[in-house]
Structure formats: structure tokens, C-alpha cells
Ligand binder design. Structure first.
Ligand SMILES: C[S@@+](CC[C@H](N)C(=O)[O-])C[C@H]1O[C@@H](n2cnc3c(N)ncnc32)[C@H](O)[C@@H]1O
Length: 283
């Protein structure tokens, strides 16, 4: 299996993972968060890490929980690689997410050197916009779409602290917005999708990965310039390559240029935590 790990993090470290949690350092803050893929044993004990941690997220339901501290100031993390020099704002949200997905730096490192001035990028399910910032800084005109007002606000804040003016922020359902873009005959050089398993559109329409990904990929195919690239990332263990490859091949044909694999992070004891599946499609 093609497993990729980010190469250039200096302010982020995965310290340890196991027993259903991961212990991470984001700049000078240590967090403990739930991690379904951490099925092994922690290397150090949980009480050792609890003494060191600044922020601990306790799950109370399958999707929800809370941090041990509230109203903490936001803090920053810096990331530098080829054609990338960015700061991202981090904060404790109601969910276990804090503003970036560090393993996604593999995709940032992949796309930044390929962007040419004035390329167009469509980022769907774009969250706080790390990859939108990467593409905008490399010179692309970016359309950033997310159905959550909070996520869009976070992304706008990231654009502001990085002095980026070439991002169009759209609060909309990814599917409905993409359909409208086909009617408007807009085209993109790169389309990036990081869809959740379940989600909500801005007008309440539901997103279900297993049902909706095929029609959305068909729309993305129409929106892509000749020689364009689609980057798809999925986190759910229920949507493995066994499920996704037949869908991708049915939309783009078996002759398409496809690279796929897993995104992972190595911890300070050299254990590797597999987190998501990525697909780079060049139809
Ligand atoms: C897994 S996060 C994406 C992470 C992001 N790519 C990154 O690396 O920072 C999923 C995002 O999808 C958004 N979302 C969920 N359902 C949506 C929908 N139907 N249309 C648009 N965005 C949606 C959520 O608000 C959330 O910000």
C-alpha cells in the first residue's frame, strides 16, 4: 500500500497514540483527542500524557463531547514547504477538531509546486481552508465551499492572517454549488474534495458519502479543465478502496490516471498512525 506521511512539519508532532486516543503537539500546546484508528496500546501511560496535556477532549456521545478548558485564546501554527509559508489559527471547537488536519500536509506538498499563476481551484467541504490557503499562496484563484458558517469564518481568518485575497468564500452545499457551476459553465484546473461520511448542506439537505460521492464525482468531471486533477480524501474506514475504486473507475473509466493510498503520521516512538485514504485522479 502507498502510505504517505508529511515531510515538513516542524511545529506539529504526533507524540503517541493508542487506546483510542492520540496525543499531539500543535506549536506549544499538547492535546489529547479521540482517534478511532488508534487501536494499539499507548507507548506511555494515559496518566503520563494527561499530566503533560494542555487540552483534553472527552467524548460523551459517538459524535460529541467537550474540552477540559473553555474560552481559551486561539493559537497559531506555522507550516513551511516548497512554495508554502503559512500560519493557521487553531482553537477548541465543540467537536474534537481544532482547525487543521496535519496529515493533509501530504496533499499540500503535492499540490503547491503544481499550481501555476491564475490556475483555478475548487475546494469542496473546505473546512478552515488549509489547502485553500496553500493554493492561493501558490498563485491560484480559489473557490472555497463549505456549508458551515463557522468553518467559513475560520477560513476567512486564516486568509486574513496570511494576507491572501484570491479566495472566494461560499457558504453552500457542495453538491448544489457544483451543479450551479456546471450551468454557469465554469471550469477548474484542480478540484479538491474532503467529504465527511454524513454532512448537512447550508439549506439543510443531507450529504451521505456512500450514496452521493458518485453523482458528485460525475459533476466534478464536467467541471474539470482538460488535463485537470481531482484530489479526493476520505476518512471513514467504511469507505475503503474496495468501495471507492469501482465508483472512480465507473465515473472516469479504467484508463484514467489514478494514484491512491493512505495518509498517515509517524509518532515520536516511530509508530505509524494511518488516518485517511487519498485518491489523485487525472481523467
Ligand atoms: C473533514 S472536514 C474537511 C477538512 C478539510 N479538508 C481540511 O483538511 O482542513 C468536512 C467539512 O465538510 C463540511 N460539510 C459537511 N457537509 C457539507 C455539505 N453538504 N456541503 C458542503 N460542506 C459540507 C463541514 O462543515 C466540514 O467543514
Amino acid at each position: 500500500m502507498n502510505t504517505q506521511t508529511p515531510k515538513y512539519w516542524t511545529q506539529y508532532k504526533l507524540l503517541d497514540f493508542g487506546n483510542g486516543v492520540k496525543i499531539e503537539q500543535f506549536n506549544n500546546k499538547i492535546t489529547i483527542r479521540p482517534e478511532t484508528n488508534a487501536t494499539n496500546e499507548l507507548t506511555n501511560s494515559i496518566s503520563y500524557w494527561q499530566q503533560k496535556a494542555d487540552y483534553i477532549y472527552n467524548s460523551t456521545t459517538v459524535d460529541g463531547g467537550s474540552w477540559n478548558k473553555t474560552n481559551e485564546a486561539v493559537w497559531l501554527i506555522t507550516y513551511k514547504a516548497e512554495k508554502i509559508n503559512l500560519k493557521f489559527q487553531l482553537s477548541l471547537s465543540n467537536s474534537k477538531h481544532i482547525g487543521i488536519f496535519p496529515e493533509q500536509a501530504v496533499n499540500w506538498e503535492y499540490i503547491a509546486p503544481q499550481i501555476s499563476e491564475n490556475n483555478s481551484v475548487l475546494n469542496l467541504f473546505a473546512y478552515s481552508g488549509a489547502i485553500s490557503m496553500v493554493c492561493a499562496q501558490a498563485g491560484a484563484n480559489v473557490t472555497h465551499v463549505d456549508s458551515s458558517k463557522t468553518a467559513i469564518k475560520q477560513a476567512q481568518e486564516n486568509a486574513k492572517i496570511n494576507n491572501l485575497n484570491n479566495i472566494r468564500f461560499i457558504i453552500d452545499d457542495a453538491f448544489l454549488f457544483s451543479k450551479k457551476e456546471v450551468i454557469r459553465k465554469n471550469k477548474y484546473n484542480f478540484i479538491i474534495l474532503d467529504p465527511p461520511v454524513y454532512g448537512f448542506g447550508a439549506k439543510g439537505n443531507n450529504w451521505k458519502l456512500t450514496k452521493d460521492i458518485e453523482p458528485l464525482l460525475k459533476i466534478c468531471k464536467e467541471l474539470l479543465h482538460k488535463n485537470g486533477t481531482i484530489i479526493l480524501n476520505t476518512y471513514t474506514p467504511k469507505f475503503t478502496v474496495k468501495h471507492s475504486l469501482p465508483i472512480i473507475y465507473s465515473v472516469f473509466s479504467k484508463a484514467c490516471n489514478l494514484e491512491f493510498g493512505k495518509l498517515s503520521i509517524t509518532d515520536s516512538f516511530n509508530k505509524n498512525l494511518i488516518l485517511s485514504n487519498f485518491y489523485i485522479i487525472k481523467p
